[in-house]
Design a binder for this molecule. Sequence first.
Ligand code: NAD
Ligand code: ZN
Length: 404
Amino acid sequence: MMPKRDYFNFYSAGRIVFGSGVTARLSQFIQPWAPKKALIVTDAVLVRIGLVNEIERPLRDAGIEVDIFDGGEPEPSFAVADRALAKANASKPDLVIGVGGGSNLDLAKIVACVLSHGGGYRDYFGYGKVPGPIMPLVCLPTTAGTGSEVSHAAVLTDTENQVKISSLSHYLRPALAVVDPKLTLSCPPQASADSGIDALTHAIEAFTAMSFDQLAVPPDEPFPYDGKQPIGDCLAERAIELIGKHLITAVKEPSDLVAREGMALAATLAGLAFSNNAVAVVHALEYPIGGALHCSHGAGNGLLLPYVMKFNLPARIPEFKRIAELLGENVSGLSDLAAAERAVTAVERLRVDAGIPLRIRDLGGTRDQLPLFAKKSFAIQRLMILNGRTPTEADLLSILESAF
Ligand SMILES: NC(=O)c1ccc[n+]([C@@H]2O[C@H](COP(=O)([O-])OP(=O)(O)OC[C@H]3O[C@@H](n4cnc5c(N)ncnc54)[C@H](O)[C@@H]3O)[C@@H](O)[C@H]2O)c1
Ligand SMILES: [Zn+2]
Protein backbone atom coordinates (compact mmCIF):
# COMPACT_ATOMS: atom_id res chain seq x y z
CA MET A 1 0.00 0.00 0.00
CA MET A 2 1.15 3.52 -0.81
CA PRO A 3 2.31 5.45 2.30
CA LYS A 4 0.05 8.35 3.28
CA ARG A 5 0.89 11.96 2.67
CA ASP A 6 1.34 13.16 6.22
CA TYR A 7 1.56 16.95 5.85
CA PHE A 8 -0.06 19.72 3.88
CA ASN A 9 1.20 23.04 2.56
CA PHE A 10 -0.36 26.46 2.29
CA TYR A 11 0.77 28.99 -0.30
CA SER A 12 -0.44 32.52 -1.03
CA ALA A 13 0.36 35.62 -3.02
CA GLY A 14 3.33 37.45 -1.46
CA ARG A 15 1.12 40.24 -0.08
CA ILE A 16 -2.61 40.88 -0.27
CA VAL A 17 -3.92 44.44 0.10
CA PHE A 18 -7.71 44.52 0.45
CA GLY A 19 -9.82 47.66 0.65
CA SER A 20 -12.24 49.86 -1.26
CA GLY A 21 -10.32 52.64 -2.98
CA VAL A 22 -6.81 51.29 -2.30
CA THR A 23 -5.95 51.38 -6.01
CA ALA A 24 -5.13 55.09 -5.62
CA ARG A 25 -2.16 54.07 -3.44
CA LEU A 26 -0.75 51.49 -5.83
CA SER A 27 2.55 53.33 -6.31
CA GLN A 28 3.15 53.09 -2.55
CA PHE A 29 2.49 49.34 -2.51
CA ILE A 30 4.94 48.65 -5.34
CA GLN A 31 7.78 50.68 -3.81
CA PRO A 32 9.68 47.58 -2.61
CA TRP A 33 10.55 46.78 -6.24
CA ALA A 34 11.42 50.39 -7.18
CA PRO A 35 10.15 49.82 -10.74
CA LYS A 36 11.20 52.12 -13.57
CA LYS A 37 8.83 50.74 -16.19
CA ALA A 38 5.58 48.87 -15.68
CA LEU A 39 3.60 46.96 -18.30
CA ILE A 40 -0.15 46.87 -17.64
CA VAL A 41 -1.80 43.78 -19.17
CA THR A 42 -5.48 44.46 -19.67
CA ASP A 43 -8.27 44.72 -22.27
CA ALA A 44 -9.95 47.38 -24.38
CA VAL A 45 -13.21 47.35 -22.36
CA LEU A 46 -11.41 48.33 -19.17
CA VAL A 47 -9.44 51.03 -21.00
CA ARG A 48 -12.62 52.43 -22.56
CA ILE A 49 -14.48 52.78 -19.26
CA GLY A 50 -11.53 54.60 -17.68
CA LEU A 51 -10.66 51.93 -15.15
CA VAL A 52 -7.13 51.45 -16.47
CA ASN A 53 -6.56 55.18 -16.32
CA GLU A 54 -7.25 55.09 -12.57
CA ILE A 55 -4.40 52.65 -12.19
CA GLU A 56 -2.02 54.22 -14.67
CA ARG A 57 -2.26 57.81 -13.45
CA PRO A 58 -0.81 57.38 -9.94
CA LEU A 59 2.03 55.33 -11.40
CA ARG A 60 2.96 58.05 -13.89
CA ASP A 61 2.63 60.66 -11.12
CA ALA A 62 5.19 58.64 -9.17
CA GLY A 63 7.61 58.86 -12.12
CA ILE A 64 7.12 55.29 -13.35
CA GLU A 65 7.02 54.79 -17.11
CA VAL A 66 3.90 52.83 -18.11
CA ASP A 67 3.22 50.71 -21.20
CA ILE A 68 -0.17 49.15 -21.81
CA PHE A 69 -1.17 45.93 -23.58
CA ASP A 70 -4.92 46.26 -24.06
CA GLY A 71 -5.47 43.21 -26.30
CA GLY A 72 -6.77 40.89 -23.56
CA GLU A 73 -9.90 38.87 -24.38
CA PRO A 74 -12.21 36.63 -22.35
CA GLU A 75 -10.83 33.08 -22.10
CA PRO A 76 -7.58 34.10 -23.86
CA SER A 77 -6.38 32.05 -26.81
CA PHE A 78 -2.79 31.29 -27.84
CA ALA A 79 -3.07 34.11 -30.42
CA VAL A 80 -3.85 36.62 -27.65
CA ALA A 81 -0.90 35.31 -25.62
CA ASP A 82 1.37 35.70 -28.67
CA ARG A 83 0.32 39.33 -29.06
CA ALA A 84 0.80 40.05 -25.35
CA LEU A 85 4.28 38.54 -25.45
CA ALA A 86 5.25 40.50 -28.56
CA LYS A 87 4.29 43.69 -26.77
CA ALA A 88 6.08 42.62 -23.58
CA ASN A 89 9.29 41.70 -25.39
CA ALA A 90 9.34 45.10 -27.08
CA SER A 91 8.46 46.94 -23.87
CA LYS A 92 10.98 45.27 -21.52
CA PRO A 93 9.26 46.27 -18.26
CA ASP A 94 10.66 45.55 -14.82
CA LEU A 95 7.17 45.11 -13.34
CA VAL A 96 4.06 43.47 -14.81
CA ILE A 97 0.61 44.57 -13.65
CA GLY A 98 -2.44 42.48 -14.52
CA VAL A 99 -5.72 44.42 -14.50
CA GLY A 100 -9.00 42.67 -15.20
CA GLY A 101 -10.88 39.49 -14.69
CA GLY A 102 -9.16 36.13 -14.57
CA SER A 103 -8.53 36.27 -18.31
CA ASN A 104 -6.22 39.30 -18.12
CA LEU A 105 -4.62 38.23 -14.84
CA ASP A 106 -3.71 34.85 -16.33
CA LEU A 107 -2.25 36.58 -19.37
CA ALA A 108 -0.17 38.82 -17.09
CA LYS A 109 1.15 35.71 -15.30
CA ILE A 110 2.20 34.18 -18.61
CA VAL A 111 3.87 37.42 -19.70
CA ALA A 112 5.80 37.71 -16.42
CA CYS A 113 6.83 34.06 -16.61
CA VAL A 114 8.08 34.16 -20.20
CA LEU A 115 9.86 37.51 -19.68
CA SER A 116 11.64 35.97 -16.69
CA HIS A 117 12.54 32.54 -18.02
CA GLY A 118 12.47 32.86 -21.83
CA GLY A 119 11.04 30.30 -24.26
CA GLY A 120 7.30 30.34 -24.95
CA TYR A 121 4.14 29.70 -22.91
CA ARG A 122 3.97 26.12 -24.21
CA ASP A 123 7.11 25.35 -22.21
CA TYR A 124 5.20 26.01 -18.99
CA PHE A 125 1.97 24.03 -19.47
CA GLY A 126 1.40 21.40 -16.80
CA TYR A 127 2.63 21.45 -13.22
CA GLY A 128 6.00 22.56 -11.93
CA LYS A 129 7.45 23.62 -15.27
CA VAL A 130 8.33 27.16 -14.16
CA PRO A 131 11.97 26.79 -13.07
CA GLY A 132 12.13 29.57 -10.47
CA PRO A 133 10.75 32.90 -9.23
CA ILE A 134 9.28 35.22 -11.84
CA MET A 135 9.69 38.99 -12.09
CA PRO A 136 7.47 41.13 -9.82
CA LEU A 137 3.85 40.62 -10.76
CA VAL A 138 0.98 42.67 -9.37
CA CYS A 139 -2.64 41.66 -9.96
CA LEU A 140 -5.73 43.84 -9.58
CA PRO A 141 -8.93 41.84 -10.09
CA THR A 142 -11.91 43.66 -11.61
CA THR A 143 -14.28 40.69 -11.32
CA ALA A 144 -15.10 38.92 -8.06
CA GLY A 145 -14.48 35.47 -9.25
CA THR A 146 -11.45 33.58 -10.30
CA GLY A 147 -9.03 34.21 -7.43
CA SER A 148 -6.25 34.35 -10.02
CA GLU A 149 -4.78 37.29 -8.06
CA VAL A 150 -3.62 34.79 -5.42
CA SER A 151 -3.56 31.48 -7.29
CA HIS A 152 -0.83 29.39 -8.88
CA ALA A 153 -2.72 28.90 -12.16
CA ALA A 154 -2.75 30.54 -15.57
CA VAL A 155 -5.28 29.23 -18.10
CA LEU A 156 -5.30 29.62 -21.89
CA THR A 157 -7.73 28.23 -24.48
CA ASP A 158 -6.26 25.91 -27.10
CA THR A 159 -8.71 26.79 -29.87
CA GLU A 160 -7.35 24.17 -32.25
CA ASN A 161 -7.91 21.26 -29.86
CA GLN A 162 -10.92 22.94 -28.26
CA VAL A 163 -9.75 22.62 -24.68
CA LYS A 164 -8.49 24.84 -21.86
CA ILE A 165 -4.91 24.29 -20.88
CA SER A 166 -3.20 25.51 -17.75
CA SER A 167 0.17 26.22 -16.31
CA LEU A 168 0.38 25.49 -12.60
CA SER A 169 3.28 26.63 -10.47
CA HIS A 170 3.59 28.25 -7.08
CA TYR A 171 6.05 30.65 -8.74
CA LEU A 172 3.09 32.06 -10.69
CA ARG A 173 1.47 33.44 -7.54
CA PRO A 174 1.61 37.24 -7.78
CA ALA A 175 4.04 39.09 -5.53
CA LEU A 176 1.20 41.50 -4.73
CA ALA A 177 -2.58 41.24 -5.04
CA VAL A 178 -4.43 44.54 -4.73
CA VAL A 179 -8.08 43.68 -4.20
CA ASP A 180 -10.13 46.86 -4.49
CA PRO A 181 -13.86 46.04 -4.52
CA LYS A 182 -14.55 49.42 -6.15
CA LEU A 183 -12.90 48.07 -9.32
CA THR A 184 -15.76 45.55 -9.60
CA LEU A 185 -18.57 48.16 -9.47
CA SER A 186 -18.60 48.45 -13.25
CA CYS A 187 -18.60 44.69 -13.82
CA PRO A 188 -21.71 43.84 -15.89
CA PRO A 189 -24.36 41.51 -14.39
CA GLN A 190 -23.46 38.56 -16.61
CA ALA A 191 -19.75 38.69 -15.80
CA SER A 192 -20.59 39.23 -12.11
CA ALA A 193 -22.83 36.16 -12.12
CA ASP A 194 -20.44 33.93 -14.06
CA SER A 195 -17.34 34.86 -12.10
CA GLY A 196 -19.24 34.77 -8.79
CA ILE A 197 -20.50 31.24 -9.38
CA ASP A 198 -16.94 30.28 -10.37
CA ALA A 199 -15.81 31.45 -6.92
CA LEU A 200 -18.56 29.35 -5.35
CA THR A 201 -17.37 26.37 -7.39
CA HIS A 202 -13.80 26.93 -6.17
CA ALA A 203 -14.92 27.00 -2.55
CA ILE A 204 -17.20 23.95 -2.83
CA GLU A 205 -14.68 21.86 -4.78
CA ALA A 206 -11.95 22.78 -2.26
CA PHE A 207 -14.15 21.95 0.74
CA THR A 208 -15.40 18.62 -0.62
CA ALA A 209 -12.13 17.42 -2.19
CA MET A 210 -10.19 14.28 -1.36
CA SER A 211 -8.44 14.81 1.96
CA PHE A 212 -4.68 15.54 1.84
CA ASP A 213 -3.90 12.30 3.73
CA GLN A 214 -6.06 10.21 1.37
CA LEU A 215 -4.61 11.45 -1.91
CA ALA A 216 -3.42 8.68 -4.20
CA VAL A 217 -0.08 10.44 -4.65
CA PRO A 218 3.12 9.30 -2.90
CA PRO A 219 4.38 11.54 -0.06
CA ASP A 220 6.75 14.27 -1.22
CA GLU A 221 5.86 13.71 -4.88
CA PRO A 222 5.23 17.18 -6.32
CA PHE A 223 1.52 17.68 -7.00
CA PRO A 224 -0.27 20.93 -7.87
CA TYR A 225 -2.87 20.69 -5.10
CA ASP A 226 -2.68 19.29 -1.58
CA GLY A 227 -6.26 18.08 -1.23
CA LYS A 228 -8.77 19.05 1.45
CA GLN A 229 -6.85 20.55 4.37
CA PRO A 230 -7.81 22.67 7.38
CA ILE A 231 -6.46 26.08 6.35
CA GLY A 232 -8.09 25.92 2.93
CA ASP A 233 -11.30 24.66 4.56
CA CYS A 234 -11.60 27.73 6.82
CA LEU A 235 -11.26 29.99 3.81
CA ALA A 236 -13.70 27.95 1.72
CA GLU A 237 -16.35 27.98 4.44
CA ARG A 238 -16.20 31.77 4.81
CA ALA A 239 -16.26 32.20 1.03
CA ILE A 240 -19.37 30.03 0.68
CA GLU A 241 -21.15 32.01 3.38
CA LEU A 242 -20.24 35.36 1.80
CA ILE A 243 -21.32 34.23 -1.68
CA GLY A 244 -24.67 32.98 -0.35
CA LYS A 245 -25.19 36.38 1.21
CA HIS A 246 -23.93 38.70 -1.52
CA LEU A 247 -23.89 37.11 -4.98
CA ILE A 248 -27.43 37.90 -6.07
CA THR A 249 -27.30 41.49 -4.81
CA ALA A 250 -23.99 42.03 -6.63
CA VAL A 251 -25.60 40.77 -9.85
CA LYS A 252 -28.91 42.63 -9.52
CA GLU A 253 -27.73 45.82 -7.83
CA PRO A 254 -24.28 46.38 -9.33
CA SER A 255 -23.61 49.60 -7.41
CA ASP A 256 -24.16 48.02 -3.97
CA LEU A 257 -20.66 48.37 -2.50
CA VAL A 258 -21.36 46.15 0.52
CA ALA A 259 -22.28 43.27 -1.80
CA ARG A 260 -19.27 44.00 -4.03
CA GLU A 261 -16.98 43.98 -0.97
CA GLY A 262 -18.46 40.70 0.21
CA MET A 263 -17.98 39.11 -3.19
CA ALA A 264 -14.44 40.49 -3.66
CA LEU A 265 -13.40 39.04 -0.32
CA ALA A 266 -15.16 35.75 -1.07
CA ALA A 267 -13.43 35.40 -4.43
CA THR A 268 -9.97 35.95 -2.95
CA LEU A 269 -10.66 33.54 -0.07
CA ALA A 270 -11.99 30.95 -2.52
CA GLY A 271 -8.89 31.48 -4.68
CA LEU A 272 -6.64 30.72 -1.71
CA ALA A 273 -8.79 27.71 -0.81
CA PHE A 274 -8.87 26.07 -4.23
CA SER A 275 -5.27 26.82 -5.12
CA ASN A 276 -4.13 24.91 -2.03
CA ASN A 277 -6.85 22.27 -1.61
CA ALA A 278 -8.24 21.48 -5.05
CA VAL A 279 -10.50 22.02 -7.93
CA ALA A 280 -11.88 18.76 -9.23
CA VAL A 281 -14.54 17.21 -11.46
CA VAL A 282 -16.53 20.40 -12.13
CA HIS A 283 -13.42 22.09 -13.50
CA ALA A 284 -12.32 18.96 -15.37
CA LEU A 285 -15.67 18.80 -17.16
CA GLU A 286 -15.67 22.53 -17.88
CA TYR A 287 -12.30 22.44 -19.66
CA PRO A 288 -13.54 20.59 -22.79
CA ILE A 289 -17.06 22.04 -22.61
CA GLY A 290 -15.79 25.62 -22.44
CA GLY A 291 -13.27 24.87 -25.20
CA ALA A 292 -15.93 23.45 -27.55
CA LEU A 293 -19.03 25.49 -26.71
CA HIS A 294 -17.31 28.84 -26.03
CA CYS A 295 -19.17 29.55 -22.83
CA SER A 296 -17.39 31.50 -20.12
CA HIS A 297 -15.49 29.45 -17.53
CA GLY A 298 -17.92 30.59 -14.82
CA ALA A 299 -21.08 29.80 -16.78
CA GLY A 300 -19.78 26.31 -17.59
CA ASN A 301 -18.83 25.64 -13.98
CA GLY A 302 -22.09 27.04 -12.62
CA LEU A 303 -24.07 24.87 -15.01
CA LEU A 304 -22.22 21.72 -13.97
CA LEU A 305 -21.86 22.37 -10.24
CA PRO A 306 -25.14 20.91 -8.88
CA TYR A 307 -24.90 17.79 -11.07
CA VAL A 308 -21.38 17.08 -9.79
CA MET A 309 -22.49 17.83 -6.22
CA LYS A 310 -25.18 15.15 -6.56
CA PHE A 311 -22.52 12.65 -7.66
CA ASN A 312 -20.17 13.61 -4.80
CA LEU A 313 -22.83 13.78 -2.10
CA PRO A 314 -22.74 10.15 -0.84
CA ALA A 315 -19.01 10.50 -0.10
CA ARG A 316 -19.23 13.93 1.54
CA ILE A 317 -22.44 14.12 3.60
CA PRO A 318 -21.07 16.16 6.58
CA GLU A 319 -19.45 18.67 4.22
CA PHE A 320 -22.60 19.13 2.15
CA LYS A 321 -24.66 19.56 5.31
CA ARG A 322 -22.25 22.32 6.35
CA ILE A 323 -22.50 23.96 2.92
CA ALA A 324 -26.31 23.97 3.24
CA GLU A 325 -26.01 25.75 6.59
CA LEU A 326 -23.50 28.24 5.20
CA LEU A 327 -25.86 29.04 2.34
CA GLY A 328 -28.58 29.85 4.87
CA GLU A 329 -30.68 26.69 4.61
CA ASN A 330 -32.61 25.70 7.71
CA VAL A 331 -31.55 22.10 8.26
CA SER A 332 -32.76 21.62 11.81
CA GLY A 333 -34.71 18.41 12.28
CA LEU A 334 -33.52 16.96 8.97
CA SER A 335 -31.56 13.72 8.64
CA ASP A 336 -27.90 14.24 7.67
CA LEU A 337 -28.67 13.09 4.13
CA ALA A 338 -31.68 15.38 3.74
CA ALA A 339 -29.64 18.29 5.17
CA ALA A 340 -26.78 17.55 2.75
CA GLU A 341 -29.23 17.51 -0.18
CA ARG A 342 -30.27 21.04 0.78
CA ALA A 343 -26.81 22.19 -0.35
CA VAL A 344 -27.68 21.10 -3.88
CA THR A 345 -31.09 22.81 -3.72
CA ALA A 346 -29.47 26.03 -2.46
CA VAL A 347 -26.90 26.03 -5.27
CA GLU A 348 -29.61 25.30 -7.84
CA ARG A 349 -31.55 28.30 -6.58
CA LEU A 350 -28.52 30.58 -6.68
CA ARG A 351 -27.81 29.41 -10.21
CA VAL A 352 -31.34 30.28 -11.37
CA ASP A 353 -31.38 33.64 -9.56
CA ALA A 354 -27.99 34.56 -11.04
CA GLY A 355 -29.12 33.64 -14.56
CA ILE A 356 -26.57 30.88 -15.17
CA PRO A 357 -27.41 28.40 -17.99
CA LEU A 358 -29.00 25.25 -16.61
CA ARG A 359 -28.24 22.59 -19.23
CA ILE A 360 -25.53 21.74 -21.72
CA ARG A 361 -28.03 21.98 -24.57
CA ASP A 362 -28.70 25.61 -23.54
CA LEU A 363 -25.07 26.29 -24.57
CA GLY A 364 -25.64 24.68 -27.96
CA GLY A 365 -24.08 21.34 -27.03
CA THR A 366 -25.37 18.14 -28.61
CA ARG A 367 -25.78 14.72 -27.00
CA ASP A 368 -23.25 13.10 -29.33
CA GLN A 369 -20.53 15.42 -27.96
CA LEU A 370 -20.87 14.06 -24.43
CA PRO A 371 -18.62 10.95 -24.76
CA LEU A 372 -15.73 13.08 -26.04
CA PHE A 373 -16.25 15.59 -23.21
CA ALA A 374 -16.15 12.70 -20.71
CA LYS A 375 -13.01 11.27 -22.32
CA LYS A 376 -11.14 14.59 -22.37
CA SER A 377 -12.14 15.34 -18.78
CA PHE A 378 -11.15 11.90 -17.54
CA ALA A 379 -7.74 12.43 -19.12
CA ILE A 380 -7.13 15.29 -16.66
CA GLN A 381 -6.18 12.67 -14.06
CA ARG A 382 -4.88 15.12 -11.46
CA LEU A 383 -8.41 16.51 -11.08
CA MET A 384 -9.95 13.01 -10.88
CA ILE A 385 -7.58 12.10 -8.05
CA LEU A 386 -8.57 15.26 -6.18
CA ASN A 387 -12.31 14.71 -6.33
CA GLY A 388 -13.95 13.67 -3.04
CA ARG A 389 -15.47 10.65 -4.80
CA THR A 390 -13.21 9.12 -7.44
CA PRO A 391 -15.10 8.85 -10.75
CA THR A 392 -14.77 6.46 -13.67
CA GLU A 393 -15.12 7.74 -17.23
CA ALA A 394 -18.60 6.18 -17.26
CA ASP A 395 -19.48 8.22 -14.14
CA LEU A 396 -18.43 11.39 -15.94
CA LEU A 397 -20.60 10.48 -18.89
CA SER A 398 -23.61 9.90 -16.66
CA ILE A 399 -23.03 13.28 -14.92
CA LEU A 400 -22.97 14.88 -18.37
CA GLU A 401 -26.14 13.00 -19.41
CA SER A 402 -27.90 14.36 -16.33
CA ALA A 403 -26.66 17.87 -17.15
CA PHE A 404 -27.60 17.61 -20.81
N1 NAD B 1 -5.84 31.49 -12.75
C1 NAD B 1 -6.83 31.00 -12.05
O1 NAD B 1 -6.63 30.60 -10.90
C2 NAD B 1 -8.18 30.93 -12.65
C3 NAD B 1 -9.25 30.44 -11.90
C4 NAD B 1 -10.50 30.41 -12.49
C5 NAD B 1 -10.67 30.87 -13.79
N2 NAD B 1 -9.61 31.33 -14.50
C6 NAD B 1 -9.76 31.84 -15.87
O2 NAD B 1 -10.29 33.17 -15.77
C7 NAD B 1 -11.04 33.46 -16.96
C8 NAD B 1 -12.40 34.01 -16.58
O3 NAD B 1 -12.23 35.20 -15.84
P1 NAD B 1 -13.45 36.09 -15.31
O4 NAD B 1 -14.57 35.22 -14.95
O5 NAD B 1 -12.89 36.94 -14.25
O6 NAD B 1 -13.89 36.92 -16.57
P2 NAD B 1 -13.03 37.63 -17.75
O7 NAD B 1 -11.71 38.03 -17.24
O8 NAD B 1 -13.04 36.73 -18.93
O9 NAD B 1 -13.90 38.94 -18.04
C9 NAD B 1 -15.15 38.83 -18.68
C10 NAD B 1 -15.53 40.16 -19.33
O10 NAD B 1 -15.86 41.10 -18.31
C11 NAD B 1 -15.21 42.32 -18.54
N3 NAD B 1 -14.96 42.95 -17.25
C12 NAD B 1 -14.23 42.42 -16.24
N4 NAD B 1 -14.24 43.25 -15.18
C13 NAD B 1 -14.97 44.33 -15.54
C14 NAD B 1 -15.32 45.54 -14.88
N5 NAD B 1 -14.97 45.78 -13.63
N6 NAD B 1 -16.05 46.45 -15.57
C15 NAD B 1 -16.46 46.19 -16.83
N7 NAD B 1 -16.17 45.07 -17.50
C16 NAD B 1 -15.44 44.15 -16.86
C17 NAD B 1 -13.95 41.97 -19.28
O11 NAD B 1 -13.48 43.06 -20.04
C18 NAD B 1 -14.41 40.81 -20.14
O12 NAD B 1 -14.93 41.28 -21.36
C19 NAD B 1 -11.10 32.17 -17.75
O13 NAD B 1 -10.16 32.18 -18.79
C20 NAD B 1 -10.75 31.11 -16.73
O14 NAD B 1 -10.20 29.94 -17.31
C21 NAD B 1 -8.39 31.38 -13.94
ZN1 ZN C 1 -12.65 28.23 -11.84
